[in-house]
Design a protein around this ligand. Structure first.
Ligand code: SAH
Length: 333
């Protein structure tokens, strides 16, 4: 009764055999009105890891509230930059609150002048973002993380190779220089089809050249000089894989980057046309201007859709920071 449990949903002890359970990730209805739907969602999450026969549950109280989520789901502590008499200790969502005892102790030591404030917990340097309705709010990142030894692209290729068979139809949503396109043509073989999209002529040209010189027959691929936002108009149902490699064309114009407005739409369309157990891979680059928001939004979107539409994993290199690339892999349910 002194531990908190955090699996699919969470349980926090209240004493006397009572526990507080949560939570949902509804960012549309930001109010304190409890709903049956919200209650059922929390209960069904708990039932995925608590057997009712072993742990009988009874709901004795039900309340709703809005909790703040801050960068990396970590707490944020310190003093208001313009009102030094105002201190704050926040960011205690379901993940952040796991750190609350340790952070409280650290904050107390800092207040007593015993240590400097941990930069990871400080407001200083924190980038506030004005709410943008096009971006989903930052979620608490329930997805599974995995550390990868080699390159992330190699990881994506290995997973895709196992998911694609000869004769399959697959999609390269960002042709770039065509490395992934060539890889995909090798997976589907002569009977298969790779459908590719890019908004830059240069990308189509260099992809075609790469495929030609590798001896790939032209009836194996269809390349569109179109945005992947139009994916659903050109891609049939039940494809076995869709690859995204976000950011800019390597060696090309670095200002022509993928934009969340179209990427978000394309990711949803990609998931819609995937067959059962089909794979969606998304290479994200949070390190370049604009890439940060897009990468975070992609992660949030998949996080939001996981369980209902797909299962999702986030792969990162060892020692990854906020700015290092990561790979999202969603498997359609
Ligand atoms: N997969 C490539 C790298 C991709 S670079 C490789 O392995 O080399 C990202 C590409 O996305 C760029 O070529 C850029 O032109 C393209 N792009 C940007 N916005 C796009 C959109 N809306 N639809 C399709 N492609 C887009």
């Amino acid at each position: 009764e002194t531990k908190r449990y955090h699996a699919n949903g969470w349980l926090a002890p209240r004493g006397g055999g009572m526990w507080k359970a949560g939570a949902n990730y509804d960012w549309e209805n930001l109010n304190s009105i409890p709903t049956e739907k919200g209650k059922e969602e929390v209960l069904s999450k708990l039932r995925t890891w608590l057997k009712e026969d072993d742990v009988p549950m009874e709901v004795i109280e039900h309340e709703a509230g809005v909790r703040p989520i801050i960068r990396n789901s970590r707490p944020l502590v310190g003093f208001h930059p313009e009102m030094p008499q105002v201190g704050f200790f926040n960011g205690l969502g379901s993940k952040g609150s796991l750190m609350a005892p340790a952070v409280a102790e650290h904050f107390a030591q800092y207040l007593c002048g015993e240590c400097a404030l941990d930069v990871d917990l400080a407001l200083e340097g924190f980038q506030f973002r004005t709410p943008n309705t096009k971006l989903p709010m930052q979620s608490e990142g329930q997805m599974v993380n995995e550390v990868v030894k080699g390159s992330l692209i190699a990881k994506a290729h290995a997973l895709l190779k196992a998911a694609i068979g000869p004769g399959d139809v697959v999609v390269d949503a960002t042709l770039g220089n065509g490395h992934d396109t060539l890889f995909l043509t090798q997976c589907v073989g002569e009977e298969g089809t790779v459908i590719g999209f890019d908004v830059q002529e240069d990308a189509l040209a260099s992809t075609r050249e790469r495929l030609d010189s590798a001896g790939v027959k032209s009836d194996v691929y269809q390349l569109y000089l179109k945005s992947h936002a139009e994916l659903s108009e050109h891609v049939p149902q039940d494809v076995s894989a869709v690859m995204f490699n976000l950011g800019y064309l390597p060696g090309g114009d670095k200002t022509k980057i993928t934009q969340w407005e179209s990427t978000g739409k394309a990711l949803r369309s990609a998931l819609a046309c995937l067959r059962k157990h089909g794979l969606l891979t998304v290479m994200c680059y949070p390190g370049h201007p604009g890439g940060d928001e897009e990468a975070r939004a992609a992660k949030c979107l998949l996080d939001e859709l996981q369980e209902e539409v797909c299962s999702v994993k986030c792969y990162q290199r060892e020692g990854a920071r906020d700015t290092t690339p990561f790979l999202l892999v969603a498997k359609k349910i």
